[in-house]
Structures are given as structure tokens and as C-alpha cells.
Design a protein around this ligand. Structure first.
Ligand code: DHE
Length: 566
């Protein structure tokens, strides 16, 4: 059928929009009755679907980065021509093959994560009508809210001697934990229970509080001023979530926290230092194509530095919301049309423009947070995936922001505007892709640099080849015509070779910009590591590994996250 895809255990699984492509064009099975399932099998299917599939295919299975997985669907194109499909037409044995082996379109093989029985359950589960999970109201949030340590019982000053600016908050994906690692000593300071598979950590503007959000919608507030990091409040914002940020504008510093949910499709506003729920706003509505969508999930969120506003990117509608939080009872929102499906993104160097991947459109949308308008829609290669992107001064084209791609072996450099008179000559290039850096393969997730670095680090964790997935490439920013240096993170970790791939994923700089930390993300029972490199010499400085450090993925340095340094 198709080549076995990347070793899984990891989970951009089915991340490409063409997931299941090819399979859908094939001959359909004859029998269209939904297969029977016991209550126990349904419960297993539901759990696995949430943990492995919903992120890309959606809770209602209407598809986003992954294909539509409804039992039967039909749609009309702009000329009125109707097409139809669905899992029922594919049938159990075809679906089992797709789930087990993946597809060349990007769906990853599950035969080494799921048992044969589980694959069979999933093949039948997705032929049944999707369960619609319950809504999650303000009252539900209030009921879930736990203020574990009230503000007046917290320290009045930092109690430890740890250099908080150089703490790294590291997601331990599969254990539902966060490791706080001291960047100076490279020792694990504390491991705390959080939500399931924490997606991101963000910092309060003060640098004191770490906020994490689990895929299960649990937001955790951690106070770094205690002798040891301590969880002081938690709250659920839904049953599936990916993003949080605080209010950062002058006068509102950390007053509010906003969290974006995948399910229900909504964002919630909380008090910044207690997580007390204040407001829930639905994102259901019309797409940029003018069609109603019942599940427009909240993807990336970022807090503006120049206005009391959050930039909230709504995946399925392709709408970018600028939400003015200066009066949350009379919320003013600017709704900007961009393109589908919005995912991750970051600021340009001036922090005026937010650039976000519209991944199924193969575009990056840039919003001007000063004028509240779309500044540009830039065509990229297939499925841009910037993380937060990387800003640097290109020797020929001036300020640029970089994004990699899941679906193409290229890093695109987009010229961004600058008020610096010295950069006036680069204006002609603004919002154009000025250079594409070739890489040995697709499957990039993150790129990173630092104002003090002369390097651009890029990963390829979703590439099917071991020699790519376990490595990083480092480009020399002073001479981009030079081939990148390939860094073998798996080899540098010194850990024994495992049968399955371990992905070298996500880079983060130390506070002073001299070190780069990369996760070597193994399976749940493999020994994983974080490999720390000297950014100047590209030599290994330290391998951080510990039996308790299971499945490390995202890493967030306090100072860099607090100040959006990338
Ligand atoms: Fe992510 C950022 C969604 C899978 C690691 N990821 C984001 C953001 C979104 C998102 C919306 C932006 C948040 C923001 O800035 O406010 N990610 C999704 C998915 O929907 C998807 C495809 C599937 C899923 O079920 O979640 C997915 N992501 C993954 C992974 O499998 C990764 C590689 C490992 C993991 O920990 O789960 C992963 N995503 C990350 C990381 C960031 C992120 C490390 C933050 C990057 C940064 O530097 O800010």
C-alpha cells in the first residue's frame, strides 16, 4: 500500500492535511452499515481518539490538519459539483491498514503504538457517528477551579537562590508532568503534576509564574518564588486545549490569563494570579469561505505589547481575533479574515506584527496589531509550521522571520518591516519570501535563533528517516550560502540506539543566548534526554537525562518566554 511512515509514539501523528490521502481515493467497501461495538470498545475508542486523533481530525471529525473522518460526508465545490466520501465507504479492513501503516500523505503508522485489537476498535469506532462531548460553561469552570494557595499566603519575595531567569519549563508529555530544570546547574529542580500532555508553558510578565495548559484543558499556575516551585491554582477550561497567555500591556500586567480550547471551541478569561474564571467566549461561527463551522478551535494566542489586546487565532474559520481586554464586560473584538487552518506563530522582531501559519492554505498570515488589519498573506511551501518562528537580520534582505514546513524540505525566510531608518532599503522586500533554505527532508516542526546568536537551528522530527528525525541542522546566519551543519542529537546523547526513532524536537536558548537545548523524545519506556549545545562551537555541553524525565518535548526558558525572545 504505502511506505511505513515515521515511528510513532509521538504525536504530530496524522498532522499533515493530506493524511489519509490516497486511501480516500481508493475503491470503497460494499457494506455501509456502521459496525457494532460493545460499550467497553466504545470507551476505548473514545479515549484513543481523544489522545491520538482529535488534535488533527477534530472532535466532530470534520477534519482540519487531518482528513474528514465522518462516517459519510458530501460537499459541493464552488462550481456546484458534489463529492462524497466517508469512513463507512472505506470499511473496516481498509481503515485498519491505514491506521496501522499510515499513508504517504502524512498519516503516521500506529502499528507500534496500538495493539492489533486497538487498531480494529479504532477502525470500527470511526465508522460510527462521532460522540459530541459536553459543552463547558463558566459554571463548569468555576466548579473545577482550585485555589490551592491564596495570594496572601504566597511568598513576598523569591525564597530560593536559584537564577529564575534561566529556569527551563520542560513538558514531560506522556506522564502529564512539567520538569523545572535549572539552566545554570542543569539539575532538575522540581517535577510537578500538570494536565495531560502539557502543550505549552507561558510566563507571567513578572517572570514569577509559569502557566501550563494540558491537552485535557487543565491550566496549572506554578509559583517560582517558593523554595521549590509550587502549584498554587488549577482550573479546567474545557476538555481539549492548547494555548494560554497573560495580559501584558502596561497597566494590565498579568491581571488576566486567557486560555484557548479545542473543545468546546471557545476561549476563557481568568484572573492572572488565581485563575478565578471570569468569562467564556464561543468561537463558533462562519469561516473565511462564508460557511458555518461548529468546531472552530482556538489555536495560538499571544498577548500584544502595544495595546491591551490578545491575538487569538481561530483554526477552522481562518479568523484572527484581536480581543481588547481593557473592559472584559464590554469586550471589543476585531475580526480579521485570513486563511485556513490557523495554527502556530510568533512575533516579528518589532513585536508589531504577528505571523501565523495558515497551514492547509500553505500561507503565513501577518496581522498588524497596530492598525488592527491583515498586513499580508504570504505564500509559503507546503504546510508551514513555524513554532514561534525565528527573527534575524539577513545579510542581503534585512530583517526576516523564518518558518519551516511539515510538508516540504525548505525553510522560508519572509522579509518583515522595520522602523529603523537603516532598514529603509529593505522595504521593497517586505512580506516576500526572500530566500528558501534547503534541507534534506520535510517534517520540520521548529526553528529557533536568538538575538545574540549567529545560528539558525531547525529540526525535522516528523521526517521518516532516522538520519533526519534524530538530527538538527544549523545554518550560519552570516553566510547562508554555506550548507548547514548537521547535528546528530541521538548520537550526541550517548544513549543506546533504540529500535524505534527518537525525535530531536524543539530548540530553546538559554537566557544569555549561549546554549541551545534540544529534546531527544523517545517512547514512554525509552530513556529520553535533553542535549545542551554550545551555540558558538556547536559542541555538546551537557546531556540531561534521568529516569523521571519521560518523553520531554517543549522547553520554555523563563526569560526568553517572558520577553518573547526568538
Ligand atoms: Fe503543538 C505549539 C497545536 C502536536 C509540541 N501546538 C502549538 C500551538 C498549537 C498547537 C495551537 C500554538 C500554541 C500557542 O502558541 O499559543 N500541536 C497542536 C496540535 O493540534 C497538534 C498537531 C496535534 C495534537 O493533538 O496536539 C500538535 N505539538 C504537537 C506534538 O506532537 C508536539 C511535537 C509534542 C507535544 O508535546 O505534544 C507539539 N506544540 C508543541 C510545542 C509548541 C506547540 C513545543 C510550542 C512551541 C513554542 O516554541 O512556543
Amino acid at each position: 500500500m504505502q511506505k511505513r511512515n515515521v515511528k510513532s509514539g509521538a504525536l504530530y501523528l496524522a498532522a499533515l492535511p493530506l493524511a489519509l490521502a490516497g486511501a480516500f481515493g481508493s475503491a470503497y467497501a460494499q457494506d455501509a452499515a456502521p459496525p457494532a461495538m460493545t460499550a467497553e470498545e466504545k470507551a476505548t475508542g473514545k479515549k484513543i481518539y481523544f489522545e491520538r486523533c482529535a488534535g488533527c481530525h477534530g472532535v466532530l471529525r470534520k477534519g482540519a490538519t487531518g482528513k474528514n473522518l465522518e462516517p459519510a460526508w458530501s460537499k459541493k465545490d464552488k462550481d456546484g459539483k458534489e463529492t462524497s466520501g466517508g469512513t463507512l465507504k472505506l470499511g473496516t479492513s481498509r481503515l485498519e491498514k491505514i491506521i496501522a501503516l499510515g499513508t504517504e500523505g502524512g498519516m503516521v503508522n500506529y502499528d507500534d503504538i496500538l495493539t492489533k485489537e486497538e487498531i480494529n476498535v479504532m477502525a470500527r469506532y470511526i465508522q460510527n457517528v462521532p460522540d459530541v462531548p459536553p459543552e463547558f460553561s463558566l459554571k463548569d469552570m468555576q466548579d473545577s477551579w482550585k485555589l490551592l494557595v491564596p495570594v496572601d499566603q504566597r511568598p513576598k519575595k523569591q525564597m530560593s537562590k536559584v537564577n529564575l531567569k534561566n529556569i527551563f519549563a520542560v513538558t514531560l508529555r506522556d506522564t502529564g508532568e512539567l520538569a523545572l530544570i535549572d539552566g545554570d546547574t542543569k539539575q532538575i529542580w522540581q517535577i510537578l503534576k500538570t494536565g495531560y500532555a502539557v502543550h505549552i508553558s507561558r510566563l507571567s510578565l513578572s517572570g514569577r509564574y509559569v502557566y501550563t495548559v494540558g491537552r485535557d484543558g487543565l491550566v496549572t499556575l506554578i509559583d517560582l518564588w517558593f523554595e521549590k516551585p509550587t502549584t498554587v491554582a488549577t482550573v479546567k477550561i474545557g476538555s481539549d486545549a492548547r494555548s494560554v497567555d497573560t495580559s501584558k500591556f502596561k497597566g494590565y500586567e498579568d491581571k488576566y490569563l486567557v486560555g484557548g480550547s479545542y473543545w468546546p471551541p471557545q476561549y476563557s478569561v481568568m484572573e492572572g494570579d488565581t485563575l478565578k474564571p471570569l468569562k467564556v467566549v464561543s468561537t463558533r461561527g462562519m469561516t473565511v469561505d462564508g460557511e458555518y463551522h461548529p468546531e472552530p478551535r482556538v489555536a495560538s494566542i499571544v498577548s500584544s505589547h502595544i495595546k491591551p489586546e490578545w491575538v487569538i487565532n481561530v483554526k477552522e474559520t481562518g479568523m484572527i481575533l484581536l480581543v481588547d481586554y481593557s473592559d472584559i464586560n464590554n469586550l471589543k473584538t476585531t475580526t480579521i479574515n485570513s486563511a485556513k487552518f490557523l495554527h502556530d506563530g510568533g512575533w516579528d522582531a518589532s513585536k508589531r506584527y504577528f505571523l501565523v501559519a495558515a497551514n492547509a492554505s500553505h500561507k503565513v498570515a501577518a496581522v498588524d496589531t497596530k492598525t488592527g488589519k491583515l498586513a499580508a498573506l504570504v505564500d509559503t511551501k507546503k504546510i508551514p509550521h513555524p513554532g514561534r518562528g525565528a527573527n534575524f537580520i539577513h545579510p542581503k534582505y534585512g530583517p526576516v522571520w523564518a518558518t519551516g514546513h511539515l510538508g516540504d524540505a525548505v525553510i522560508s525566510l519572509i522579509s518583515t518591516p522595520s522602523d529603523n531608518p537603516k532598514h529603509a532599503k529593505y522595504k521593497q522586500y517586505n512580506w516576500k519570501v526572500v530566500q528558501e533554505l534547503k534541507t534534506p527532508g520535510a517534517g520540520n516542526l521548529f526553528v529557533k535563533t536568538h538575538p545574540k546568536s549567529k545560528h539558525l537551528w531547525t529540526d525535522m522530527p516528523m521526517n521518516p528517516e532516522r538520519e533526519n528525525a534524530e538530527t538538527n541542522l544549523v545554518f550560519d546566519l552570516t553566510d547562508l550560502s554555506k550548507p548547514p551543519v548537521k547535528i546528530d542529537v541521538a548520537k550526541d546523547s550517548g544513549l543506546p540506539v533504540t529500535k524505534a526513532l527518537r525525535r530531536a524536537v524543539h530548540q530553546e536558548f538559554s537566557e544569555d543566548g549561549t546554549e541551545v537545548w534540544i529534546s531527544l523524545w523517545g517512547g514512554k519506556t525509552d530513556q529520553s534526554a535533553i542535549v545542551v549545545y554550545d551555540d558558538k562551537t556547536l559542541k555538546v555541553k551537557k546531556v540531561i537525562t534521568d529516569p523521571k524525565m519521560i518523553t520531554p518535548t517543549g522547553k520554555f526558558n523563563v526569560w526568553n518566554t517572558q520577553h518573547d525572545v526568538y
